[in-house]
Design a protein around this ligand. Sequence first.
Ligand code: ADP
Ligand code: MG
Length: 697
Amino acid sequence: MPVLDSDIQFLHGVGPRRAEPLQKVGVTTFGDLLRYYPRRYLDRSTVTPIGKLREGLGAITVVGTVTAKGVVPGRKGRARLELRVMDESGRSMKAVWFRGAQWIGKAFAKGDRVALHGKAEKYGSSFSMAHPDFDILDEDHAALDTGRIIPLYPGGQELEKVGINSRTLRRLIHGLIKEHGLEIPEILPESIRTQFGLMDGNVALRAVHFPKSTDELAKARQRLKFEEFFFLQLLLALTKGRQERMPGAVFSGIGEHTRRFVDEVLPFELTGAQKRALETIAADTSSGRQMNRMIQGDVGSGKTVVGVAAMLMAIDAGFQAAFMAPTEILTEQHYANIRGYLEPLGLETRLLIGGQRKLLREEILADIAEGRAHVVVGTHAIIEDKVVFENLGIAIVDEQHRFGVMQRARMFKKGERPHVLLMSATPIPRSLAMTVYGDLDVTLIDELPAGRKPIETKLYSEKQREEMYEFVKLQLREGRQAYVVYPLVEESEKLDLKDAETGYERLREQFGPYTVDLVHGRMLAYEKEEAMDRFKSGETDILVATTVIEVGVDVPNATVMVIEHAERFGLAQLHQLRGRVGRGSEQSYCFLMADYKKSAEAKERLKVVESTTDGFRISEEDLKMRGAGDFFGTRQSGLPDLKIADIVRDQEILIAAREAAFALAEHDPELRAPENAGTRTHFARTAPKSLGFARVG
Ligand code: ADP
Ligand code: MG
C-alpha cells in the first residue's frame, strides 16, 4: 500500500484520539493531511496595526497580545466572550464571540500572542471584531519578525479539544513531508505541466504549507487549483459517454396548438431570441432523447411564453405538461396567465399548491391522472409521489436556482422521464454552468421585448426620503402603481414583519387618498392571492411587501420599486426585485433606500446595481464578492466540494484545466499511456466519491 494511503492515526503525533476529529474534517489518510490546505497565511505585510484601523477596510488581520479576557453575561443566558488585544502600536481593540464563548474562552490565556482575522467595526471610540477567525501564535510570533510566511489552518472546537491547532498541524505536516516528501507521486502528466507552466506536485505540496516566498506560494496555489479543477473536469469528460441521454418522448415540433398560441393568442410578436429558443426546444424534443436544457434570460426577457410554447409542443404530440415555480404567489400568477393563454385553445389547466382543500385536491389529482388536465401549474407540490400523470411529456422549472438539486432531479424522473426545461434569470457564467450542471445544455435569451425602457435606479439615503415620496406621488397621479419592499433577515419573518408593518402604517398616513396594501409570507395562501389580485386589477396603488414578491411577479402598470434597507439584499436579489417594474412601455424607476454610511463596502455593492441593468454583470459581481459556495450554497447547487480552488474567482484556471482534461480524455480515454499512470492512479482513488454531482437526473 502506498504510504499516502496509510491511516492518519499511525502518523507520528496523531494516534486514535486525535484521528477521530481529523477524520471528521476529511483527513483520513496521510495523503489527505497533505491536502489539508492552509486557509490563510500570515506575514508582516498582511498585518494591519490597530492604530491604522479604519471603517470599511473589509476583512483584515491584527496581531497582538491578550490583555484582558472575560465572559459577559447577556440576555436569556447568552453570555458573550470578550477579549482585549493590544499590539505594538500600544493601541487596543476588542474581539467578541456570542456563540462558542465557552470553548473559545478556554483556547486563550492572558499574555497569549494572537492573530485575529475579520472585519473591524467601530463602536464608540474603539474597534471591535465579532467572531473573528483566530490563531494563537506564541513562538510563531518571533518567526513572523524574521519575515517568514506562516500558514494558518482551518480549525474548530473538535480539533481544539484534542489539542490540534494551526501550530500542531504545521508540526504534523512538517514531519510527514520530512519523512515521506520524496515519495509523493506526480499526478499530472508531464506534457500538461509543461504546457501550462505548472510547478511539480511535490514542490507545490511542500510550498503550499511552507512557502519560501510569496511568489513560490502563488505558484504552488496555482498548480494545486489547476490539479483540483483538472480531476473534476476529467471526471466530466470521462463519464460523458456513460451519460448518453435517456430515450425521451418524441414531439413533432411546432404543431397546431403551438402555432395558434404564437399567431393568434399572444398579443405581441415573439422576439428573435424567443423564436430561436423555441426552435432549439423543438429540435431537442423531436430528437428521441430526453431534453435537459436551461434557458437563461434576464428579468423581463419573456421566458414564460417560451415555457408555455414548449408545453404546447408536448400537448400537440398528445402529452401532458407541468410547470413548477418556487413560491405560491408566483405559481398563482403563472396559473392565471397560462390558463388565460390555454382557454382560447380549448385546453385545461390545473393549479397544485399546498393547503388546498382535500376534496378539491383529490379532484385535481384525478384530472391529472386521467389526462383531463393538459397543463399542471404548481409549486414543489407537483413532485410529490401522490401526483401521478397519465403521460407527462415535459416539465418546466421556473426560477430553477430556487430549487435544490434533489427537487430538480425528482422532476426529471417523474413518470416516463419527461423532457426538462429549466428557466433562470440568474445568468451563470458558462464555464461555471458546465461544471455545476454537467451535460446540461444552455440557451440564452439575450434580447428584451421591443419598447422597453431601461429602469432608472437611484441610490438614496434616509435624508432623501421626502423627495422619494414626492416622486412616488407624481407617478401615482399619472395612474401608475408602486411596490415598497422590505427585506427578510431572519428565517422567521416575525422580525421583518414589524418593519414592513410600520412602513405600511407610515405610507397610509403619507399617501392619504391612495390605497396601500400589505402582503407578506405569513399570510395564508388565499390572503396573498387576494392582495395580489387587488394590486393587479389596479385597486391598490401601493403594495408594501416582504420579499415574497421577489421572483416572477408581473404587473406591467407598476412603475416604481422602492427597496428599503437595500444594503441587506444580495445584488442578484436586488436585480430580481427591480425587475418587477419596467415590464410595460412606461419609464420605470427603482429607489434603493440604504443606510450605507456604516459600510463603504455596502455602498460599493449598491453602486453596481445603480449603474447597470445588465443581470449578467450584476451576477458576476455578486459572485466575485461572495464566492461561489455562498452564492449557490454548496448543498443547494450540488457544487463539488473544492478545497483550494474557487469556481468563480479562479475561472481562468478552470477553463485551462477543462481544456487539458478534455484533450486528455480524447487522446487516452482509459489513461493507459505510461505518462498518464500517475493520473490514472489518482483518478481511480478519488473519482467514485464525487460521481454523484455530475448530473442532475
Ligand atoms: P421573465 O423572463 O422575467 O420570466 P416574463 O415571461 O414574465 O419575463 O415576461 C415579462 C413581460 O413581458 C410579460 O408581461 C410578458 O407578457 C411580456 N412579454 C414577453 N414576451 C414579449 C414579447 N415578445 N413582446 C412584448 N412583450 C413580451
Ligand atoms: Mg419569469
